[in-house]
Design a protein around this ligand. Structure first.
Ligand code: BES
Ligand code: MN
Ligand code: ZN
Length: 495
C-alpha cells in the first residue's frame, strides 16, 4: 500500500471511501458536519439512532448515493480524547486498515484534523502498513476463503493547506520507512531455514547496504578462521552451511558523533545440535535469526533516515546442526577475546556466537551496545509474548531503551543482572560454562554474555517471546513480529 498526502476537500475526492475519524467526546466534529451538509443531515439522523458512538475500533459505513464523488463515508471511532495515545492510534489504524481491505476497497482518503499530533500520524501510517502484512511468498495458489486476493492499494491523507502538507509529508514518509524496515525483518524471520541460509542472509545484508548507502563487510569462513572467530565457527562446524559475520556501518556527516552498536543473533535454524531439541514446534526455530533480522531492518531505516549518530550493525549467523563434526557437551572452545568456554549444552548456541560478536564490537569504542537475541525459552515463561527481557551493565543506556520502548510500544522489562548470577555460569574446567543450574535461565544467559560485553555500556534484549507469536494486536500478525526495528530506530533517533 502507498500512502500519500494531498491538499483539498474530501467532498471533491474520487475514492472508494472517505474515512472520518471521530472522538467519542466530540461526535459532531467539523469534518462530520461538512459531510452531513452534503448528505442532507443523514449522518446526524444516524448518530441520533445511537448506531455509532465513536468507541475505539468501531466503524460505520454510510452510502452517499451519488451525493458525493465517493460512494462511501466511513466513520472511524477513536474513543475519548484524553485516552488517546500513539498505541491506541496504532491499534485503531491497524484494525481499520484490515477491515477496509476485507471489504475489498482499493483506495481510501482520510482527512487529517489539524489538531492531530505528529506521533499519532506516524503511528497511523506504521500500523496501517504493518497490519496488512502477509507472508505469501511460498503460496502458489491463494486460499479460496481468505482475504488473500484483496488488497488496499492506496491511502491518501488530506490536509487543508500546502503549509500543513509540508509539515505532515515528512512524518508520513518516515512512518513508511520504519514500516518497511519492520516488514523486511518479518520477511527474513518468516523465511524457512532452507530459503535463508547464513550465506543468503549475508547477501541480503549486502543488497540492503547497497540500496540505502551503508558500508558492509562480510567475513566468510576462511576469514573467520584467520581472525579467530572460534565460537561462531564452533557452532557452525556441525552444519554443511558456512557461517558468516556481517558488519554494517552508518556514519553521519561531520565529526564528534557518538557510536551505537546493534548486535543480532542470526541462527538461521536451531535444531539444538547434539543436545537435540524435541520435534514438537521445532519448525519455529527458523525464526531463531530474528535478532539479526531486527538489526538489518533497523539499519535499512537508519541508512534512510540518517540520524546524527554513528551506528554499527553486527550480525553473527550460522545454523545449529547435529552433524558428525558438531560440537559436543563437554567440549571447550575459546572466544574471539580469548576466554575459554565449556559447552555444557549445544542448544545454548546463541550465547556462543554472541561471545565472538560482542568481543569484536569493542574495537568501535561504542557509547552503547544493544544485542538482540532469541536466547531463552525461559523469557517466555517470565514475560510471555508481551515484552522482551532487558538486562545490562549501564543504567543510562537502559533508561534510553525504556523511553524508546514506551514510545514505540515495543515493550521491554528489566530483569536484575546482579553479580549473584555469575556463580551459575562458573565452569570446573574453563573460564565459563554456557548454561546455568537450570533456574533463572534468562539471567544465566545474560550472565554468560556479560563476560564478553566488556569495555562499553551494554544492554541485552532477550526477544525469544516477542520475535514471533505475539497475539492480540491489530498490527502484528501471526508469525514474525519484526520486534526491535521500531525500538532500535527510536533509540538511535533520540540518542
Ligand atoms: N533459540 C533458543 C531459545 C528459544 C526457545 C527461543 C524457544 C524461542 C522459543 C535457544 O537457542 C535455546 O535453545 N535456548 C535454550 C537454553 C538452554 C539449553 C539453557 C532454552 O531456552 O531451552
Ligand atoms: Mn538453541
Ligand atoms: Zn537458538
Amino acid at each position: 500500500m502507498n500512502i500519500t498526502v494531498e491538499t483539498g476537500d474530501f467532498r471533491q475526492k474520487e475514492t472508494d471511501a472517505v474515512l472520518i475519524p471521530i472522538l467519542e467526546d466530540d461526535l459532531h466534529n467539523e469534518l462530520l458536519l461538512a459531510a452531513d451538509a452534503s448528505l442532507d443531515g443523514s449522518i446526524q439522523a444516524f448518530l441520533n439512532l445511537g448506531d455509532f458512538k465513536g468507541k475505539p475500533k468501531t466503524t460505520s459505513v454510510l452510502y452517499t448515493n451519488g451525493a458525493l464523488p465517493t460512494p462511501r463515508i466511513i466513520l472511524v471511532g477513536l474513543g475519548m480524547y484524553n485516552e488517546l495515545n500513539a498505541e491506541k492510534v496504532r491499534q485503531i489504524a491497524g484494525h481499520t486498515a484490515r477491515h477496509l481491505r476485507d471489504m475489498g476497497l482499493k483506495s481510501v482518503t482520510v482527512p487529517i484534523p489539524p489538531e492531530t499530533q505528529d506521533d499519532w500520524t506516524q503511528a497511523a501510517v506504521e500500523a496501517s502498513l504493518l497490519s496488512l502484512y502477509e507472508f505469501k511468498q511460498h503460496k502458489t495458489q491463494s486460499d479460496e476463503d481468505s482475504e488473500n486476493n484483496k488488497s488496499l492499494d492506496s491511502m491518501t491523507f488530506l490536509v487543508g493547506s500546502e503549509a500543513e502538507k509540508s509539515l505532515i509529508e515528512p512524518i508520513v514518509e518516515r512512518g513508511q520507512t520504519v514500516a518497511k524496515g519492520t516488514i523486511l525483518a518479518r520477511d527474513l524471520s518468516n523465511q524457512p531455514g532452507n530459503h535463508l541460509t547464513p550465506t543468503q542472509l549475508a547477501d541480503k545484508a549486502e543488497e540492503v547496504a547497497e540500496t540505502v548507502g551503508l558500508d558492509c563487510t562480510v567475513f566468510d569462513k576462511p576469514t573467520l578462521e584467520e581472525k579467530g572467530f572460534r565460537t561462531l565457527l564452533a557452532v557452525a562446524q556441525g552444519s554443511a552451511e558456512d557461517p558468516r559475520f556481517i558488519i554494517l556501518e552508518y556514519t553521519p556527516e561531520g565529526e564528534g558523533h557518538d557510536t551505537v552498536a546493534l548486535v543480532g543473533k542470526g541462527i538461521t535454524f536451531d535444531t539444538g545440535g547434539i543436545s537435540l531439541k524435541s520435534g514438537k514446534g521445532m519448525d519455529e526455530m527458523k525464526h531463531d535469526m530474528s535478532g539479526a533480522a531486527a538489526v538489518l531492518g533497523a539499519m535499512q531505516v537508519i541508512g534512510q533516515l540518517k540520524p546524527n549518530v554513528r551506528v554499527i550493525g553486527i550480525i553473527a549467523t550460522t545454523e545449529n546442526m547435529p552433524g558428525s563434526t558438531a560440537i559436543k557437551p563437554g567440549d571447550v572452545i575459546t572466544s574471539y577475546g580469548g576466554k575459554t568456554i565449556e559447552i555444557m549444552n549445544t542448544d545454548a548456541e546463541g550465547r556462543l556466537i554472541l561471545a565472538d560478536a560482542l568481543g569484536w564490537t569493542a574495537q568501535y569504542e561504542p557509547n552503547g551496545v544493544i544485542d538482540l537475541a532469541t536466547l531463552t525459552g525461559a523469557v517466555i515463561t517470565c514475560l510471555g509474548h508481551i515484552a522482551a527481557g532487558a538486562m545490562g551493565t549501564d543504567d543510562a543506556l537502559m533508561e534510553k531503551l525504556k523511553k524508546a520502548a514506551d514510545k514505540t510500544h515495543e515493550r521491554v522489562w528489566e530483569l536484575p543482572l546482579w553479580d549473584d548470577y555469575d556463580e551459575g555460569v562458573k565452569s570446573k574446567v574453563a573460564d565459563v560454562q554456557n548454561i546455568g543450574d537450570g533456574t533463572a535461565g534468562t539471567l544465566a544467559g545474560a550472565a554468560f554474555l556479560k563476560k564478553f560485553a566488556e569495555g562499553y555500556p551494554w544492554v541485552h534484549l532477550d526477544i525469544a517471546g516477542t520475535a514471533w507469536g505475539m497475539k492480540g494486536s491489530s498490527y502484528i500478525p501471526d508469525g514474525a513480529s519484526g520486534y526491535g526495528v521500531r525500538l532500535l530506530v527510536q533509540l538511535v533517533e533520540d540518542w
